[in-house]
Design a binder for this molecule. Structure first.
Ligand SMILES: [Zn+2]
Length: 296
């Protein structure tokens, strides 16, 4: 009986500690690097990203949904479910080709920004995106700050995200970067030019990491870096692992350090993990699961 009581007490204390850990997280920053194949990371000169891996938890075997195309996967990442449910099935889907299985209060399939606004109306969110196609895949009316234009390069979007993080400190920030996908299409995946571009992508990630530090919110922030798909030759959309396997890196308060994640991760687990961190209830149609192996 005594043993049972102390065991019970142990679990209660553990649970309190976990809750306390979660309460410390006030900000999530999601960086999506278009076309960053997991295959490239071992050879990539990306010190900022590798620092996040060293200080956080990571998988290089996370998977895109099929087809390994852009809008399909950004929709899945932000909407917590795959294309048969969300209805976004093409590389440039602006509206679902299959009617979404359900529509949320914002008149599209319910995504992470919608559930944040619904469940915690006072919390602010920001979306800064490089590729125009992103603009159709989240609930715009639920997002407080939206930045996009067709003229600027990746540095502008990284710098803008940095400024927003420092000045506005949103609860949820999503930064979409168009590279290295552009170089993958124009010159080729796995080429010297692709790896050169990765250095620039890494510097952009570094600017956001620095902004989190400069904002003084390092100890209450979790950062996730991932991608929509990899690539092969000058394209993607197919079924090879080079196209399907994406990096999934998470770092920050309450996250294991230097930990290779053993959980199977599919891109729609990203939305579910953010919901888990922010204490949001996930909608029934979601299929993603929180990547709990990443957490202490
Ligand atoms: Zn893409």
């Amino acid at each position: 009986m005594k043993k049972l009581l102390s065991l019970l007490l142990f679990f209660i204390v553990l649970n309190l500690q976990l809750n306390a850990q979660h309460q410390k997280v006030k900000h999530v920053v999601l960086i999506g690097c278009d076309g960053l194949g997991a295959y490239a990371l071992p050879d990539a000169d990306m010190p900022e990203l590798k620092k996040l891996m060293l200080n956080g938890a990571w998988s290089l075997q996370a998977r895109s949904v099929l087809p390994s195309s852009s809008a399909v996967n950004w929709a899945s990442m932000l909407m917590g479910a795959g294309p048969t449910v969300t209805g976004y099935t093409e590389w440039d889907s602006k509206t679902p080709e299959i009617p979404s299985a359900v529509k949320g209060p914002y008149n599209i399939f319910p995504g992470i920004f919608g559930i944040l606004k619904q469940q915690k109306a006072g919390e602010r969110s920001a979306v800064i995106y490089n590729w125009g196609g992103i603009g159709y895949l989240f609930e715009r009316a639920a997002v407080d700050i939206i930045v996009h234009n067709n003229q600027s390069g990746g540095d502008f979007f990284a710098d803008t995200a940095a400024i927003i993080i420092k000045t506005q400190k949103p609860t949820l920030t999503f930064l979409h970067l168009s590279e290295p996908d552009g170089v993958g299409h124009n010159i080729g995946h796995g080429t010297e030019a692709y790896y050169e571009e990765l250095k620039r992508v890494d510097r952009r990630i570094g600017r956001v990491v620095n902004a989190i530090k400069e904002a003084g919110i390092e100890n209450e922030t979790i950062i996730i870096v991932t991608s929509d798909h990899g690539g092969k030759g000058k394209g993607h959309g197919g079924k090879s692992l080079d196209e399907i396997q994406i990096p999934w890196i998470i770092s920050g308060v309450g996250i294991k350090r230097g930990h290779k994640i053993n959980d199977i991760i599919i891109t729609y687990d990203t939305a579910a993990t953010i919901a888990y961190i922010l204490g949001l209830k996930t909608p029934q149609p979601w299929r993603g699961k929180a990547v709990t192996d990443a957490f202490k």
